[in-house]
Design a protein around this ligand. Sequence first.
Ligand code: FES
Length: 103
Amino acid sequence: MQTRDKDILGQLFVCTHERQVGESCSQAGALDVFQKLKNRSKTDVTWQGKVSVTKSGCLGFCHEGIAAVLYPARKWLTGIKAGDEEAVFDWVNAVLEDATSDP
Ligand code: FES
């Protein structure tokens, strides 16, 4: 085992959990939202090498729409809907800007 440093500003975990019964982010279109944000992280110069996008299991906000959390800022976003990718992108950028501008 070894420790590693990775020089990124943020890691966005997007819940893509799927349930057979009951509400889940997957039912709300999370896989598509995740994939669009993941693609953005690879192609947009604002995020390339700075923001990673990762699938996560249930984040505990299943009844509110798609959930995501941004680390290390520890900021949560719930109620994401299919088509909100641009708003999520802007939100992540605003959180990261706040985090890097704090004295
Ligand atoms: S299934 Fe996504 S927060 Fe629970």
